[in-house]
Ligand binder design. Structure first.
Ligand code: GRF
Length: 203
């Protein structure tokens, strides 16, 4: 399954997906890494790994989200992409784009959704005093950080945790669950029932 990873920055989740996809048995082929910022650090890593990269600068579109997405769509079509994985992609997508990719667009979010959608999740988890925090891989639907959940992983919030320490603990789990969830989706093991995702053969 020809898969594009969309990034805006560091790209550590992208790197985890690239590493998993190196296994010939992995069902997703990473055919493109697309960034909305030319300075995204992840682009160099992808290029070094021999993966085609592209940049569609969101800045150039000055709030014209539909125009930005049309430009992205053209690049995705040009690479014959079937599946899109958002990995630290910091642009909100329009309902039109989300609809176009329904069931084939997946995101990772650093919280146990529906708790803490949006940004600065680790700060907010600490401030809220929750004892468990974590990450979620979900299919993307029109709302921000919403959509059927594929998998979650929880980590403890420890006394004296800083946002950075907590983020690192969560990130290690992100790098574990995202490759697993993308594999399920690429292998056609995910089906939707009543707005929830069911994974065939998963516990
Ligand atoms: C990750 O925490 C991801 O969950 C969130 O943004 C961060 C991106 O990190 N959506 P990276 O670019 O994958 O290193």
């Amino acid at each position: 399954t020809r898969t594009a990873i969309l990034i805006s920055g560091r790209g550590s989740n992208m790197a985890a997906l690239l590493a998993a996809a190196r296994d010939p048995a992995y069902p997703a082929e990473i055919a493109l890494v697309l960034s909305n910022r030319a300075d995204a650090a992840g682009l160099a890593h992808a290029a070094a790994a021999g993966v085609p990269t592209a940049v569609v600068e969101s800045r150039g579109f000055r709030g014209d989200r539909a125009g930005f997405e049309a430009a992205m769509q053209q690049v995705l079509d040009g690479h014959r992409i079937d599946l899109v994985a958002l990995a630290g992609f910091l642009r909100v997508l329009t309902p039109g784009f989300v609809e176009r990719w329904a069931g084939r667009l997946v995101n990772i979010h650093p919280s146990l959704l529906p708790a803490f959608p949006g940004l600065e999740t680790h700060e907010r988890a600490i401030a809220a005093g929750v004892r468990l925090h974590g990450c979620t891989v979900h299919l993307v639907s029109a709302g921000v950080d919403e959509g059927p959940i594929l998998v979650q992983a929880a980590v403890p919030v420890l006394p004296g945790d800083t946002p950075e320490a907590l983020a690192a603990r969560v990130l290690a789990e992100e790098h574990r669950i995202y490759p697993a969830a993308l594999a399920w989706l690429a292998a056609g093991r995910v089906r939707l029932e009543g707005g929830r995702a069911l994974v065939e053969g998963a516990a």
